[in-house]
Structures are given as C-alpha cells and as structure tokens.
Write a protein that binds this ligand. Structure first.
Ligand SMILES: [Zn+2]
Ligand SMILES: [Zn+2]
Length: 327
C-alpha cells in the first residue's frame, strides 16, 4: 500500500511507499550494474517482467515494451483503495496512492541508450508515451499522468537498459497547479490589455529564441536554457504551436521535438552526464497550459542551502550553458 500525504500546512505532497523501503545502510549501496545476461528488460526475459501492456513490434521481435513497474509508487487495484483526498483532523491530509506506474523499455538493445536511437525511433518512444497517456487519463481516479526518464546513477536509476516511466495518479502535482495558475493570471492580464499572445509561454519562447539562452531551433520546436535555470545545463523544449499536451502534437512536431532532444543528449553524452527529463502537460483547458519538456542534467547535488531555502545555487550560468550546447 502507498499513501499520499500532504504537509501539515503547505501545498506539498509526498508518497509514502513503504513497500519499496530500504534500511538506512541500503541507501548507500547503489552500485548494482546489470549485465545483459541478467537484465529483465532484454529480449528473452519477457516472462520476468509483470504482464506486458503494450508493445511496438511483432510477437517475437519487439522494439518497445510497456509493462507495470514491479515496485509501483501507487496502487493499481482500485477496488480496495480510497483515492479521495481527505483530512482526518486539521493537519493530517491524505489519500491512498492510487493509479498506475509503468515502465517503457525504449529499445531491445541493452547497449543502446536513448541518445543512440534514430530520431524516428525516438518518435516511436514518444508515440508510445502518448498512447499510454491517453489510456491512463481515462482511468478512474487518475488526476494526472507524468512521463519521466531517469538516466544514470546520479539521476536515480541503477538499471542501465534504456527505459522511461509513467506514473498516473490521484493528484495534480503542485508544480502543475502553480504553473496553470500563473498562466491563467497572465492570460487574464493580457486579455485586459488587448496584448497578444495571451499565453505567457508563447511569449517567452518567442523572446528566448532570439536570446543568448537559445540552444537549438527547427521548424516546429525551440529549446533554450531557462533564465532562472535550477541545474547547470538545464534545457526546456517548447513547441512553437500552442498546444496544451504532447498528445496534440502532429507527426512533424514530434519529429522536431526528438530531433532537438537528440542534439542536446549528444552534447550531454560528451561528459557522460546523468539526467532526468519529464513532460509537463496541462490538465485540460486551452489557455491554461503550453506543453513543454524539462531536461535536468544531474551534475550537482542540492545541499543544505538549497533544501533549507528552496533557493538553488547554480554554478553555471544558463547563457554559458547554451553556448556549450551550440558549440
Ligand atoms: Zn537489457
Ligand atoms: Zn502558448
């Protein structure tokens, strides 16, 4: 069983997933590199994973596989769960962690990482995300579907076989709520002033694509290091067309997203950086969100000041980071 719990006072949630728990000494031992021989994600070990949900490819020749995460952060069995967030006394707000946690194996090849795939193969990975998002959004109690990738030990994975994950659960993440509120507020102001565009992100990407933080641009997408980057070499990817969710991107736009993502990953590979990326989709209304991908290389660790102040010290300016990518 897992449980969503809210901070006493703040709009800050955690998931208590005690089943995945480790004793304190186990947290320090993260040197588990799997070889292809013992890898559950490799062809030939399909019966070692939970029951497959989806695959790209044929019965004995797959390119992408999706199955439930063995160590799910949320519970799939909805009959027994109570997904509704409630408060027991004025300080304890909680719900059971309800939803689906899935793994997307991006390639059958143990030796390849996402960066090594062709752009067309990366597009197939993103199309798989979209299929899963569409299906998971329809499920009872699901309020949000987050697609994310952990690459490398410093990004939280010890499994080397290239994969990403999807968590669909009974909460709209606070960060999405904050962004949607800020976007709505800007849109209202812009409408009152008759200023176009109403979407703050449409305006921001137009400014950044001519700034010294611009990284790459093609027909449909632009990526840049954000003005207040939290991590060295952080990159945001935005479609030029205003769409709320990745699911509304057309084939050309998906290709252009993967084209830019690959270019950035090729640069990160130069110093073998661990990284995370995740897709930020809106929850519905057209003027409440502008889909984007955030990519955070994990070169530095947040320490006491960052945790204590939530003010992050980033030792590489986004302008220098952009220059590195462009070189
Ligand atoms: Zn493998
Ligand atoms: Zn927009």
């Amino acid at each position: 069983m897992t449980e969503l719990r809210k901070d006493y006072l703040l709009e800050r949630y955690v998931i208590i997933a005690a089943g995945r728990g480790k004793r304190p000494h186990q947290f320090t031992d993260e040197k588990k590199e799997t070889s292809a021989k013992k890898c559950f994600f490799c062809p030939g070990s399909e019966d070692q994973t939970p029951k497959e949900i989806y695959r790209v490819g044929s019965a004995n020749d797959w390119k992408i596989r999706v199955f439930p995460n063995k160590f799910a952060a949320v519970n799939e069995n909805r009959d027994k769960n109570d997904a509704e967030i409630k408060t027991h006394n004025e300080f304890f707000t909680f719900a059971e962690g309800v939803g689906n946690h899935e793994v997307v194996v991006e390639t059958p090849d143990h030796e390849k990482q996402l960066v090594d795939l062709d752009v067309d193969e990366m597009v197939d990975v993103f199309k798989t995300y979209i299929l899963r998002i569409k299906e998971l959004e329809q499920k009872k109690d699901v309020k949000y579907v987050l697609v994310f990738k952990n690459h490398g030990k410093d990004a939280g994975t010890s499994l080397v076989h290239s994969h990403s994950q999807i968590v669909a659960y009974n909460l709209v993440p606070t960060i999405i709520q904050q962004k949607e509120k800020a976007i709505a507020k800007y849109a209202e102001k812009a409408a009152n002033n008759n200023s176009e565009p109403h979407c703050a992100y449409c305006k921001i990407l137009n400014i950044e694509k001519t700034s010294d933080r611009k990284v790459f641009e093609n027909n449909n997408f632009v990526c840049f290091t954000p003005y207040a980057s939290r991590m060295p070499y952080e990159v945001l990817f935005f479609p030029k067309r205003h769409v709320v969710s990745v699911k509304y991107l057309n084939d050309g736009e998906l290709y252009d997203l993967c084209d830019l993502l690959k270019k950035v990953l090729v640069k990160l590979k130069e110093f073998n950086a661990s990284y995370n990326f995740y897709l930020h989709n809106g929850t519905g209304k057209e003027h409440q969100f502008h889909f984007h991908v955030e990519l955070l290389p994990r070169i530095t660790k947040w320490a006491g000041f960052e945790l204590g102040s939530e003010t992050i010290i980033n030792t590489t300016s986004p302008e220098d980071a952009a220059l590195f990518y462009r070189e």
